[in-house]
Write a protein that binds this ligand. Structure first.
Ligand SMILES: Cc1ncc(COP(=O)(O)O)c(C=O)c1O
Length: 289
């Protein structure tokens, strides 16, 4: 039986009910987070909650995220995932149920908070080593994508466009810049330097992106935060995505053209290894003490 968290209670998923007046349902008025767990140990949960708190403040939903850490852990345990190699908690907070208005409802409206947990797995080494294929599509999202809104229709349409042509993911292009993926941050390697878009309102400041940047700096891998022009993609030595469930994901083909020599490159491999080592060290430290 799957147990979910809804408004303070852990209940069977089949019993979870949300009002048809919920502003998340009617207006997409809410935010979400996906936090990974490795062997039952959260990775970057504090950063996910901090990003959520920043977003909630910006859209003016008053909710104290402090209690959510314990909720995440308990939800994992209640679903028997405390020893799963890889699992995740999906959580969303909406403004709550209120008569439908475009302005924020006046008076006390209790936010709706929902979370569920599940196991996930990394692609096999064979699949990862073969690499993934992407296409470029126009970025049709709003201009504050640093806020992790549940309004994911443009992301879903971009991802579907990739699926429609048998590709694995989409690279969103805005004003000639290859911004990020439909659900992951995007990187290129040029002259041995790993490049990713700077933190602006045009990208979601990925937790994985931040960790990979830290690890690259610490290991002396050259990195640069600057926009990647779409015309540059043809000259890229390597391309890859980063994200919670994608980890480091190599891209070996864009719009039907091979990236570099068409194989997963050394910088992608190095950064992937560094991320996995950081995850392992975090898990081992938590287990040890
Ligand atoms: C548009 C977008 N970019 C980047 C990311 C990666 O963020 P994170 O590393 O925190 O999973 C996500 C994750 O959902 C995303 O939706």
């Amino acid at each position: 039986m799957t147990t979910v968290f809804l408004n303070g209670a852990f209940i069977p998923k089949s019993e979870a009910m949300i009002s048809v007046d919920d502003r998340g349902f009617l207006l997409g008025d809410g935010l979400y987070e996906v936090t990974p767990f490795y062997g039952g140990v959260p990775f970057g949960l504090d950063r996910h909650l901090a990003r959520l708190a920043r977003g909630l403040e910006w859209i003016r939903i008053a909710y104290d995220v402090e209690s959510l850490e314990a909720m995440h852990r308990e939800l994992l345990t209640r679903n028997g995932l405390e020893n799963a190699e890889r699992s995740m908690v999906y959580m969303q907070i909406t403004r709550g149920a209120a008569p439908r208005t475009h302005y924020f409802p006046e008076g006390d409206v209790t936010p709706t908070i929902f979370a569920s947990a599940k196991a996930w797995s990394r692609p096999t080494d064979e699949v990862w080593n073969r690499g993934f294929r992407a296409i470029t599509v126009p970025d049709r999202r709003w201009s504050r994508v640093d806020v992790k809104t549940i309004c994911l229709l443009p992301n879903a349409m971009a991802f579907q466009a990739a699926r429609d042509v048998g590709a694995d993911d989409a690279i969103l292009v805005r004003d000639g810049v290859a911004i990020e993926g439909a659900h992951q941050n995007f990187w290129g390697v040029f002259g041995g330097t790993a490049v990713t878009h700077p933190k602006t309102g045009h990208i979601l400041p990925g937790i994985t992106r931040g960790v990979v940047l830290e690890e690259a700096h610490a290991a002396g891998v050259p990195v640069e935060e600057r926009p990647i022009q779409v015309e540059e993609l043809i000259d890229a030595e390597e391309l890859f995505f980063t994200g919670t469930t994608g980890e480091v994901r190599p891209v070996v083909e864009v719009d039907g053209r091979a990236v570099g020599d068409g194989r997963v490159g050394p910088v992608t491999r190095r950064l992937s290894d560094l991320l996995l080592a950081r995850i392992e060290a975090t898990r081992d430290a938590a287990k040890a003490g």
